[in-house]
Design a protein around this ligand. Structure first.
Ligand code: G4F
Length: 333
């Protein structure tokens, strides 16, 4: 059975992708950053399966700047497929830490490509790129040929990485693809991203645990899909006869206000009674009109985003309600 290596295995996408690949019979190796806090909760259910952990799922410590260790992991695990998900992924934070963002997101990708170039057995490679590469585009929806005009440090770093992947495919013949992913959410989304911040707050407010929700700009529009479906597209990209780039999106944009309405509706509340705005969460500049054209993915990968608003918000709110209820029951017992 095939072997895969995943950078960023402990994140939202990494955990869903690992479950998908394990269910398909893969052996999965994951790269984890060493830190004093163990943040692997999203993989917990796999660690408890005796026939999986340390039998078909292996974790290795490395940092994207640690070229020697990454090369060693690649030489030892000899993967057929390499999924590159790791990086500093918070757009707002990239204004505070632009150097770290470029170090991991841009240079980390180039370092991986350089290692791959020297390998005798080169795995098929997919880089998880982002709609942020388009920034303020001239055309909507965007497709694989839309010019990149990033307006955030994160977007600039991703544009560099994306173009390097294309360059290594065209110049060195690597099977290297970009999955140009638009926003994709789930109950496993980090709590600092707007969707999860909203669904967690809607659940907490409805249970009387919190009173208000403080956000930044409510005018932004995003193309929000469901993360488990997006990792399926990543896998399909590596099963194609030739490497290519694909926009992975729903094709529909909604505003932050739409996401608020769907989430608070799910608990029978009106968001306007609870939401305040705080300049701390405003960004110096923002991408606009970010909506993807998934036509190529639909045609070549037979992939379509099924879960959209309001269902996406309902799934996330329900999961947050369940988690808060469980935590209250633990505290009471
Ligand atoms: O949830 P967000 O932080 O997502 P953003 O910036 O679109 O980036 C996400 O999606 C990209 C595309 O797939 C990824 F590349 C990237 O790694 C990340 O996963 O913000 C969404 C919108 C923005 O317009 C933001 O200004 O929500 C607005 N917003 C309003 N208040 C807020 C807040 N965003 C955050 N994180 N926190 C707020 O309080």
């Amino acid at each position: 059975m095939p072997t895969a290596l995943i950078t960023g295995i402990t994140g939202q996408d990494g955990s869903y992708l690992t479950e998908l690949l394990i269910s398909k019979g893969y052996t999965v190796h994951g790269i984890v950053r060493r830190s004093s806090i163990t943040a692997r909760g999203r993989l917990d259910q796999l660690f408890h399966q005796e026939d999986v952990y340390n039998k078909r799922l292996f974790l290795h410590y490395a940092d994207l700047s640690d070229v020697t260790t990454i090369r060693r992991i690649l030489l030892k695990s000899t993967p057929d497929e390499l999924y590159h998900l790791a990086g500093q992924s918070h757009v707002g934070a990239s204004f505070e830490i632009p150097e770290t963002t470029c170090e991991f997101t841009a240079m980390g990708t180039l370092r991986l490509l350089e290692i791959l170039r020297d390998l005798d057995k080169q795995p098929r490679f997919v880089h998880i790129s982002s709609s942020e590469i388009f920034g303020r585009p001239d055309q909507s929806p965007q497709n694989e040929t839309t010019p990149m005009r990033p307006v955030t440090p994160y977007g600039v770093a991703k544009a560099f990485a994306t173009q390097m992947v294309t360059l290594y495919r065209e110049s060195f013949g690597l099977f290297a693809c970009n999955a140009i992913c638009y926003n994709h959410e789930s109950p496993r989304r980090g709590e600092s991203f707007v969707t999860r911040k909203i669904t967690r707050a809607a659940a907490a407010i409805s249970m009387g645990l919190e009173k208000t929700l403080s956000l930044g700009s409510l005018d932004g529009r995003r193309d929000w899909g469901y993360a488990p479906e997006y990792v399926e597209a990543m896998w399909r990209m590596l099963q194609q006869p030739a490497a290519d780039d694909f926009v992975v999106a729903t094709g529909t944009a909604h505003s932050v206000k739409d996401f608020l309405a769907a989430s608070f509706d799910a608990v029978g509340l009106d968001w306007e009674d609870f939401v305040t705005q705080d300049p701390r969460y405003m960004r110096p500049s923002e991408g606009t009109h970010l909506v993807g054209d998934p036509g190529r993915a639909s045609k070549s990968l037979q992939w379509t985003a099924e879960t959209r608003l309001p269902r996406l918000a309902e799934i996330m709110v329900q999961s947050d309600l369940d988690a808060l209820l469980a935590s209250r029951q633990r505290a009471d017992s």
